[in-house]
Design a binder for this molecule. Sequence first.
Ligand code: FE2
Length: 365
Amino acid sequence: MKKRKIISMMLVMMMASALIAGCGSTAKNGGEAGNTGDKQQENAGGNKDKVVNVFTARHYDVDAKVYEEFTKQTGIKVNEVKGTAEELVERLKREGESTEADLFVTVDGGVLNYAKQNEVLQPIESASVLQNVPEQWRDKDNNWVGMATRARVIVYAKDRVKPEQLSTYEDLATDKWKGKVLVRSSSSLYNQSLLASFIELNGEQQAEEWAKGMVSNFARDPEGGDRDQAKAIAAKVGDVAIMNTYYVGQMLNSKDAEEVKVAENIGIFFPNQDTTGTHLNISGVGLTKYAKNKDNALKLIEFITGKDGQTILTQGSFEFPVNEAADKPELLNTWGEFKTQQIDFAKLGELNKKATEILTKVGWK
Ligand code: FE2
């Protein structure tokens, strides 16, 4: 009895850490630039008037370019402290009023909401930020605002699959795709949030049936990151994969000729256009509760969500801008408009535990 209690406590702890581990959590199985274990770059303090300190769980090189341009335009230096979202929220809690962090940046709406629930953020009071970011991409109390969005779509082998054969996420779990489906592991927050969205939209039972169907259609045991699923399509391991849109853009613009070739041979399909819409997630920024450089922090949020910041960000990451004024990459226009899931991002966090339980139960490795 006692042993069982300890095991269940351990499980709860493991799930909690899975919930808050952002992109960085994928490093161990994806080889994508995760930040876990990176030596934290600590350079807080200095001239109080000319600095802003950012705790960030995002793993994209372009963020530094956005910050550089901000410094060029304002003279305000940006210090990045990198870590997993879990580490950073815990640190904000532990440090309380003494924290040097002014901003918290991460991917995943569920994680952003987790930070809010842990009371480490405060409302962003800036008319221009509210103007830059439409209401649908903001926390209702403005504790965080979106900086970019990403869709989790179906990609397919152009030479073996016709887009007419594709329709919904649900269809991928039917017999017709047996042995042909590629997707990364259940430790990926991207998959956990995808399943959480299905729990919210279709109920727990249907979500579980979907996950079960997917597992029985896997072309191989899940391995690698999103890019590796595209590579496995090229290697004819499978014909269809679930992938975030921005990775396709990054691969098409990669310095690695092989990655470009892989990306050129896959098509992007936005599923569920006649039903619940394509799954969308968000990257965002929150103002920490005890921000000491609050004015500078607000200026940086204004910049990130403004036209220049949004243009630099999306040209480098191939995420979708939250501000329509951005000059987004032409590639994103070629993908066209698509219908997106309409759910509260907070639900992704609230349903993470349930989603993780289902993924484990159905044997999604
Ligand atoms: Fe990522």
